[in-house]
Design a protein around this ligand. Structure first.
Ligand code: DGL
Length: 285
């Protein structure tokens, strides 16, 4: 069986393209529609109610374009809204939290995993729950790192400014400093994490800098390739895989400014995502 309909992806902005990039590598026959809600990004500092509402509007937009499955390529939306979205849509929906959590559990040897994410994702405790579901004996240390998303959106991925921001952001997890202990739940690790999960789709763009700052004893894991593998299984199990590899189509929509979206994606990904079009979501102000 073959299903040539596109797969829908959405994120608050350009971060979810790190997931789409892995899917294009892993599933070259698939067509895709990507929706970035740039006009209302970032989702990370928003209330749960707003994240749920915005995510529903993104889902409706993709559903109206007859996608065969949806990837919620945003950790914040996956962490807060996935259950609601699944109730409202009769086709498969994949989030990025569970694939990332599984990858982190497979990676850790000392069962101490750090997670960096947006404030909303940390507040949801979604990674804590997903990692504990995989292995209840893993200690999970979640930390919000809000400085990093605007920096990535501005295209600052290396250099002294980026390095300082990454050092500041990781310090509570790496050093277990008591003066910032309140910012980390639970108490910072005594023995040290050996795995750091990037719980935000923007962070893979900083992966080499994060690895460098974290040091050689810490494996840096993200959800993108685990999500691409989970998507491949999901399509296969549901008889939804595309088989014709000759003419996949890819389009990216943004609720924000098309030229700004193009500039950002050119800077972050090169010429990988050129087909950008504007969209206005039904229900959005
Ligand atoms: N893409 C979002 C995520 O993975 C991060 C950006 C935002 O705060 O909207 O959580």
């Amino acid at each position: 069986m073959s299903d040539e309909r596109p797969i829908g992806f959405f994120d608050s902005g350009v971060g979810g393209l790190t997931v789409l990039r892995e899917v294009l590598r892993r599933l070259p026959a698939e067509s895709t529609i990507y929706l970035g809600d740039n006009a209302r990004a970032p989702y990370g500092p928003r209330s749960d109610e707003e994240v749920r509402r915005f995510s529903s509007e993104c889902l409706d937009e993709l559903a109206a374009r007859d996608v065969k499955a949806i990837v919620v390529a945003c950790n914040t939306a996956s962490a807060i809204a996935l259950g609601d979205l699944r109730k409202r849509f009769d086709r498969p929906i994949l989030g990025v939290v569970r694939p990332g959590a599984s990858a982190a559990v497979l990676s850790t040897r000392n069962r101490h995993v750090g997670v960096i994410a947006t404030a909303a994702t940390v507040r949801s405790r979604a990674y804590f729950g997903a990692i504990k579901d995989e292995d209840p004996f893993v200690e999970v240390y979640e930390h919000a790192t809000p400085e990093l998303v605007p920096m990535v959106e501005a295209g600052v991925l290396d250099g002294p400014e980026a390095e300082q921001a990454v050092r500041r952001s990781l310090a509570p997890l790496l050093e277990g400093r008591q003066d910032v202990a309140d910012a980390v739940f639970p108490k910072p690790p005594g023995t040290g994490i050996d795995t750091l999960l990037l719980g935000c789709t923007h962070y893979p763009l900083l992966a080499s800098l994060i690895s460098q700052v974290a040091g050689p004893g810490i494996a840096v894991i993200d959800s993108a390739s685990a999500t691409a593998s989970a998507l491949a299984s999901l399509l296969e199990v549901n008889g939804l895989s595309a088989r014709r590899s000759d003419a996949p189509r890819h389009v990216q929509y943004t609720t924000g400014d098309v030229a700004a979206f193009r500039r950002t994606t050119d800077r972050l990904f090169g010429p990988l995502f050129p087909a950008v079009e504007p969209v206005a979501l039904v229900g959005a102000a």
